[in-house]
Design a protein around this ligand. Sequence first.
Ligand SMILES: Cc1cc2nc3c(=O)[nH]c(=O)nc-3n(C[C@H](O)[C@H](O)[C@H](O)COP(=O)(O)OP(=O)(O)OC[C@H]3O[C@@H](n4cnc5c(N)ncnc54)[C@H](O)[C@@H]3O)c2cc1C
Length: 446
Amino acid sequence: MSSEAPFVVVGGGWAGCAAAVTLARAGRPVRLVETAGVLGGRARRVPRHGLLLDNGQHLMLGAYRATRALLATLHGTVPLDARRLALVPWTATVPGAVSLKARALPAPLSLLAGLATAHGLTVADRAALLRWFVALSRSGFACAAEATVSALLAPLPAPVRKMLWEPLALAALNTPVDVASGQVFANVLRDTFAGDARASDTLWPALDLTALVGDATARYLAARGGDVLLRTRATLAAGATPAVRIDDHLVAARGVVLAVAPHQLLATLGDAPDADAVREAVALLDYESTTTVYLGYPRAPATASPTRFAQLDAAPGQWLFDRADILARAGAGAPTIGALYAVVVSADGPHLDFGPPALARLVDAQLRQLAPDLAPLMWSQVIAERRATYACTPHSVAARRGLAAAMPARGVRLAGDYVDTDYPATLEAAVRSGVRAAEALLHDTG
Ligand SMILES: Cc1cc2nc3c(=O)[nH]c(=O)nc-3n(C[C@H](O)[C@H](O)[C@H](O)COP(=O)(O)OP(=O)(O)OC[C@H]3O[C@@H](n4cnc5c(N)ncnc54)[C@H](O)[C@@H]3O)c2cc1C
């Protein structure tokens, strides 16, 4: 680290990593401070029994431009395998199932062609969906600020709502549709289905989430004279110039990015004098959980979906991801399983009342209903993130507005998924906010 006061980034999630990389790329010395023993925050590696799991199943989309740009900076090329979006049930036995595959055409043709060949929708359903999408597109994907996802989808026939958009909205916003923000969901639809030809692709990393961003960020900083302090807590120190307190030491900084999760912000802000509006905004946020149930089997059932992720019947698992990639990276001592599934349950619900073994058995029984030839369950691991995301309600959008420009103290900027009001709590929102905070600091400090 040079003798020049560094820029300090507090929090090593994807927002903090994006901020640190943006500052280092501009030739500035950067110190990234993280309380955990590993970088990644809510998108990190969790080693269990020789398997490098992720703390939760994450899905990335072609529309994640800032994330793709960050990965290109870190890895040279984007280490993601892009596949056409295919919304298909895990097995044909899901009642009333709708399946839709986007096509390799520029938007909105990819969605339209997908609709034309979708299964489970009547001609009238398709026509209604088309009219609704065209009307939304003509409005510039704008809806009333207080509208919920349910209100946005109300004009659609029940099968389109229930089998297609509501499960997608719940997955994207991690918030029940009757309270989730219609405008934020419209923004996601805009970028995914009215963006460029590959915007609706799903992106699959060949690495675990910490290797993808956290480890690569640490290498990037080290190569440019910066450093990472793990297992270290930093808090903002009040004063006329930017500074943080690390292990009881006052560290002067050229500028500070606070990139902690919203529920961690109050403790990190210390007694910053100009932060009351920020404190009030984050105090208004509620949180939703996301639970990932990893299930290992000796082999895949013959009836399983041929796609890498598939829709379930929400009882309680909502989406199933085939994590053959984790098995391919398995280390010594890993269980000898032939098929590894990550089953996701978004948002809070009765599933949280079950302990991990009971929930794993429940999801196994759910899969068995759909695929009776499923082999006996061999191994399971449940990871419940209780504060996976803030609840993305219209109320939260209003509360968070203005945080991107907020300066809780001189030379201090905020980053984190909650700072971006265009997107829900996602990797893309986190990365965008980190880049913006770093750019604002570079601008502030000349
Ligand atoms: C289970 C799960 C599934 C998800 N699925 C998806 C998905 O499919 N697609 C998608 O796009 N998004 C998904 N998300 C959301 C996404 O992971 C988050 O939006 C994103 O990771 C938030 O990043 P962040 O940097 O804003 O915050 P965080 O990742 O929370 O980072 C904040 C960091 O700050 C650290 N910290 C806190 N206080 C201090 C301090 N005082 N000093 C130093 N460090 C501190 C914390 O330890 C943490 O590492 C999911 C999230 C979860 C939990």
